[in-house]
Design a binder for this molecule. Structure first.
Ligand SMILES: Nc1nc2c(ncn2[C@@H]2O[C@H](COP(=O)(O)OP(=O)(O)O)[C@@H](O)[C@H]2O)c(=O)[nH]1
Ligand SMILES: [Mg+2]
Length: 369
C-alpha cells in the first residue's frame, strides 16, 4: 500500500560489473546511496522512506549502512502494539485510532504484519479500503510486512522498521499483528504499550489464544461494543485479570519484560469510532506512567530482538564463508548421522568461529543486491 520503489539499483549493468570487481568501490557505493536515502528519509521524502523499509525488511546490503545512520536519530516514538485474534477488528481500530490521532495533528505510522496466508487476502484488501481515508495524508504512513522469512526473527525486523519510522519523525507507530504465534507475541511484548483486542463472544479457540496474549497486555480492549455481550465480556475479563494478577507464572512468553500491572479493560466500537478517543488517551497515559522503569524494559526487549537477529545472521554468514563452510557442513552431517549431539556441534562451531579470523568486513556482501 506504499508507493515503494521495487529496487535499489541505479547503475547500469556495465557499471555494476566493474564495481562488483572492486569491493572498496562497492562499499563506497553503498555508503553513498545509504547516506542519500537516509537524508531524504529524515527530510520527509516518503518514497525514500518506503525504499529504506524495503531494504530493512529484505535485509539487502543497504540495510546496514542505512540503520547505522538512522538508528541514532530514533528513540522518541511511542510504539504501540495492537494484537488479538483475526477478525477482532484490529485493522478497523488502527484506522480509527489513526483518525483520532490525526485530528490532534499527530503524524501516524502503521506497520501491519500480515500472515502470508491466502486466507487473509480479503482482509488485506479491506484494510486498504479502510485506510484509504488517509491515503492523501502525508503524515500517515502505512506499511505491510510479511510475517515469514525473517532471519533471526520477525520481532527484529519490525523493531528495525519502527526505528526507521521513528527517525523519519513519526512519533506514534502502531504495529498490528495477529496474536496467534510466538513471533507475534514477541512483537507485542516489544512495544512500549501493548493493546490486546477481544471481540465479544468469540469461540473456545480464541479463549485459548487469549491466555498467552493477556500476559503481555498493558491495555485490553473489547471491540465491537455495538454487539450484544460486549459489556459482559469486558466484565468477565476484568474479574479474570484481577484473579490472575500477580500470580507467579513467570512471564515465560516475554522474559525480561516486567508483567504489566493489572491492565485496564476498555470497550470500543472501531466501526463508528465510539470509545476510540478514550483508548488513545489511555494509550498516552500508559506511556507517561511507564516513562521510567517499564519503558526502559520495553526498549531493552527491542534492543535484544534487534541485536539477536543481527548476531544470528552474522554467525550464519561466518559459518558459511569460505574458511568455515567445510567444517560447518561436516559438523552438520555428523549431527544428522547421530555421531555428534547438537550441543557438541554448536560448541564445536562456536570454537571454530573463535579460532578463525574474520574476513574483511563487507566482503561478504558480494552478490545480489
Ligand atoms: N459490528 C462491528 N464490526 C466491526 C467493528 N470493528 C470491526 N468490525 C468488523 O469486523 C471485521 C474484521 O475487522 P478487521 O479490522 O479486519 O479485523 P482484524 O482481522 O482484527 O484486523 C470486519 O468486517 C469489520 O468491519 C465494530 O466495532 N463493530
Ligand atoms: Mg487486520
Amino acid at each position: 500500500m506504499t508507493a515503494g520503489a521495487t529496487d535499489d539499483q541505479e547503475a547500469g549493468p556495465a557499471n555494476l560489473e566493474a564495481r562488483a570487481a572492486d569491493p572498496e568501490a562497492r562499499v563506497a557505493d553503498l555508503e553513498a546511496r545509504a547516506a542519500a536515502l537516509a537524508d531524504q528519509t529524515v527530510a520527509g521524502d516518503r518514497r525514500a522512506l518506503a525504499r529504506v523499509l524495503t531494504a530493512v525488511e529484505n535485509r539487502t546490503p543497504l540495510a546496514e549502512p542505512l540503520l547505522r545512520r538512522l538508528y541514532p536519530l530514533a528513540g522518541r516514538a511511542h510504539l504501540v502494539g495492537i494484537t488479538g485474534p483475526p477478525g477482532s477488528g484490529k485493522s478497523t481500530l488502527v484506522a480509527a485510532l489513526t483518525t483520532a490521532a490525526r485530528a490532534a495533528g499527530r503524524p501516524v505510522a502503521v506497520v501491519a504484519v500480515d500472515p502470508s496466508s491466502p486466507i487473509t487476502g480479503g482482509a488485506l484488501l479491506g484494510d486498504r479500503v479502510r485506510m484509504q481515508a488517509h491515503s492523501a495524508d502525508r503524515d500517515v504512513f502505512i506499511r505491510s510486512m510479511a510475517s515469514r522469512g525473517h532471519a533471526g526473527g520477525l520481532a527484529g525486523t519490525t523493531t528495525a522498521a519502527a526505528a526507521v519510522l521513528d527517525a523519519a519523525g513519526f512519533d506514534l507507530v502502531f504495529i498490528e499483528t495477529v496474536g496467534t504465534g510466538q513471533g507475534e507475541v514477541e512483537i507485542a511484548a516489544s512495544a512500549d504499550t501493548t493493546v490486546v483486542l477481544e471481540a465479544p463472544e468469540m469461540g473456545d479457540e480464541v479463549q485459548a489464544i487469549k491466555a498467552g496474549l493477556l500476559e503481555v497486555a498493558d491495555l485490553v480492549v473489547v471491540n465491537k461494543g455495538d454487539k450484544p455481550g460486549a459489556q459482559r465480556t469486558a466484565a468477565q475479563l476484568r474479574s479474570m485479570l484481577v484473579a490472575g494478577h500477580g500470580d507467579a507464572t513467570g512471564g515465560s512468553l516475554a522474559p525480561g519484560r516486567p508483567r504489566p500491572r493489572q491492565p485496564q479493560v476498555l470497550v470500543t466500537t472501531a466501526a463508528t469510532g465510539d470509545g476510540v478517543g478514550d483508548l488513545l488517551a489511555a494509550i498516552d497515559r500508559h506511556r507517561e506512567a511507564a516513562a521510567g522503569r517499564d519503558r526502559g524494559a520495553a526498549q531493552l526487549v527491542r534492543a535484544e530482538a534487534q541485536v539477536w537477529a543481527i548476531l544470528a545472521e552474522r554467525l550464519r554468514a561466518r559459518l558459511h564463508d569460505d574458511a568455515l563452510r567445510a567444517t560447518t557442513n561436516e559438523t552438520l552431517r555428523a549431527v544428522a548421522s547421530h555421531r555428534l549431539d547438537p550441543y557438541a556441534a554448536a560448541d564445536r562451531l562456536l570454537a571454530a568461529v573463535d579460532e578463525t579470523p574474520a574476513r574483511r568486513r563487507h566482503s561478504r556482501e558480494g552478490g545480489s543486491e
